[in-house]
Design a protein around this ligand. Structure first.
Ligand SMILES: NC(=O)C1=CN([C@@H]2O[C@H](COP(=O)(O)OP(=O)(O)OC[C@H]3O[C@@H](n4cnc5c(N)ncnc54)[C@H](OP(=O)(O)O)[C@@H]3O)[C@@H](O)[C@H]2O)C=CC1
Ligand SMILES: CCCCCC/C=C/C(=O)O
Length: 553
């Protein structure tokens, strides 16, 4: 775990500081708090120097820096081969820095999803993957992790090009976390066992944990590499085969990952990637021969996926959806840590995180001090080309996201929240937005109720522990939460009272493969990561047989 020290709060990957500690993926815990046209080192702890120049948030962002890696793969990946879509159709992948087409990518329709499902079905029913001893599957998964590690810079560059993620944060932070998930689940391949059961008669009873079959994985664009690993690694470990759809905004890294997995020895048809729009995802969710679907994305689409699953073959579903996570700063909190952690909690990844700390509750005794310091920190945030060393914030992922965030900023102003800093676009090209802070935010304001998914901090004053618990829970969502306090009694009361799937205490954004991740309420259901995720990808079968003269039951 990244340790927190006074004055250097939760900054495993912060790029604002002159030096950044990053973690080995084999230790695999890290802190991400650091630093359409749609609709149409592995070897120990490393250190990296980041010299950055503060860029005024209003400064025009320069012409896009060329990606250090060319785009190699843009076709569908089915049965371990790159293929065109049946129709030959492609869709444009837009660079959010320039708003221009970076590359055309194959667009999968129903017949392409069918092809991928057939390949996955054949691999499941006849292929070696589910039949292989767990230790052999583990060997292949560890080789996949090795290859991902070798290509982590390239994978990160693809995500940066696709959706504007800060390149250094991707390769130094998210990539090791994602690779760590492959290694962690490699360890589960020969351990996901059933139980021998005591019985109430002369019977021998036991459970078998079997792979579920063909798994559909539908991904969002905000953390493409990590969220792919979160779904693919446990599904593979349990012996399943997969049809995966990355988001239209971020198709490229998934294609390279599938190619590398094949190179590592993953048999034909085990991991298939179909790129396309939402209709491609819907073909997966409603497919009669897909046995399970795992989804991360908006609550609205999560509902549609559940309906499609119910109306087709009643496939089980797990959903990881939106959030409106409280970040609670009590009067006794370490203010250096609170200011920096709250900053990262909402501004990391341009605010495009399901667990973004998007409601900053601050105790009245430190409210004014907090506002002053939060404003100063936001105004130092380096906004610019995400490939440029030292930059902390790139563009929003696409035009739709940019417009959505700007409309929430307008709503905040219209509803009477006080704009403390930011609130404008940066430059005139690319989807860049100033780090924005509103104070005097009230619970009934849109910016306090709805997921903005952007760099917009909403600061809310509170007086008592009971009040902040009640107001934190007064949300349709329940994904993450953070508590900053030195008082262990307050910490214990609040952590147990919050309706959230993950609560960070005096830190923010620590992820470790063993810790389950998922939501309460409209943030979805089911848990990913850790041993809990195995249940998403296994059938449990009871076997009961008579036994003669058993010496015990
Ligand atoms: N929980 C989280 O981490 C995320 C939350 N969100 C929230 O959702 C908002 C909208 O983002 P958006 O990208 O539109 O998220 P979506 O929920 O639309 O997209 C997530 C994934 O679902 C696919 N999809 C879209 N429609 C369907 C459908 N009807 N059936 C099956 N799959 C479908 C998308 O495909 P495609 O993109 O190709 O159309 C994408 O692969 C964000 O502003 C944010 O508030 C978004 C992303 C992640
Ligand atoms: C370092 C990347 C962390 C991703 C954390 C999980 C995010 C989920 C989501 O936004 O859906």
């Amino acid at each position: 775990m990244a340790a927190m020290s006074k004055g250097a709060p939760a900054l495993g990957l912060a790029l604002k500081t002159s030096e950044v500690k990053h973690q080995d993926c084999s230790s695999s815990s890290a802190n991400f708090s650091s630093s359409s046209t749609r609709r149409r080192s592995r070897s120990g702890v490393g250190r990296v120097s980041m010299h950055c120049r503060a860029v005024l948030a209003t400064e025009q962002v320069e012409a896009p820096i060329k990606s250090p890696f060319p785009v190699q793969y843009t076709k569908l990946f089915i049965n371990n081969s790159f293929v065109d879509s049946v129709s030959g159709k492609t869709f444009p992948s837009i660079d959010p820095r320039s708003e221009e087409v970076a590359v055309e990518v194959a667009q999968a329709a129903a017949e392409d999803v069918d092809r991928a499902v057939k390949a996955a079905r054949k691999a499941f029913e006849e292929g070696p993957w589910p039949r292989m001893p767990g230790c052999e599957r583990a060997g292949i998964m560890n080789r996949i992790a090795d290859l991902l590690d070798e290509h982590k810079d390239e994978l990160s560059a693809l995500d940066t090009l696709n959706m504007g993620k800060v390149y250094d944060m991707a390769r130094l932070g998210e990539a090791p976390l994602a690779i760590g998930l492959f290694r962690y689940y490699a360890g589960w391949c020969d351990k996901a066992q059933g139980m021998t059961l005591p019985t109430n008669g002369p019977f021998h009873a036991y459970t078998l944990h079997e792979p579920i079959g063909v798994v559909g994985s539908i991904l969002p664009w905000n953390a493409p590499f990590y969220l792919l690993a979160m779904k693919v690694a446990p599904a593979l470990a349990c012996g399943n085969t997969i049809v995966l759809k990355p988001a239209q905004q971020s198709p490229l890294s998934a294609l390279l990952i599938a190619k590398l997995a094949a190179e590592a020895g993953l048999p034909d048809g085990v991991l298939n990637v179909v790129t396309g729009y939402g209709d491609t995802g819907m073909h997966i969710a409603s497919h009669m021969d897909v046995d399970k679907v795992a989804f991360t994305g908006s609550t609205q689409v999560g509902r549609q996926i559940m309906q499609a699953a119910a109306q087709s073959n009643l496939k089980p579903v797990n959903l990881e959806l939106g959030g409106k996570s409280p970040f609670i700063i009590f009067g006794d909190a370490d203010m250096d840590a609170a200011v920096e952690s709250a900053h990262q909690a909402i501004f990391y990844n341009q605010g495009q995180m399901c667990v973004a700390g998007s409601r900053t509750f601050v105790h009245e005794s430190v409210y004014d001090e907090y506002l002053e310091r939060a404003k100063a920190r936001a105004e130092k945030r380096v906004v610019g080309d995400p490939f440029k060393p030292g930059v902390e914030q790139g563009p929003q992922a696409d035009e739709a996201q940019f417009n959505k965030v700007m409309s929430y900023i307008r709503a905040g102003k219209d509803e009477g929240a006080r704009l403390i800093t930011g609130g404008e676009r940066v430059g005139s090209k690319g989807y860049y937005i100033q780090p924005t802070i509103f104070s005097d935010v009230q619970d009934d304001m849109k910016i306090c109720r709805e997921e903005i998914f952007g760099p917009v901090m909403s600061v809310i004053k509170f007086k008592t522990v009971e009040e902040v618990i009640q107001r934190s829970n007064q949300s349709e969502y329940g994904l993450g939460a953070t508590v900053m306090s030195k008082n262990v009694d307050i910490i214990n009361t609040v952590t147990r009272s919050l309706k959230a799937g993950i609560v960070w205490v005096n830190t923010y954004g620590i992820l470790t493969p063993s810790a389950p991740f998922g939501g309460y309420k409209s943030s979805g259901f089911g848990r990913e990561n850790g041993a809990y995720a195995l249940a998403n990808y296994q059938q449990v079968k009871s076997v009961i047989m008579p036994i003669c003269n058993p010496p015990y039951l």
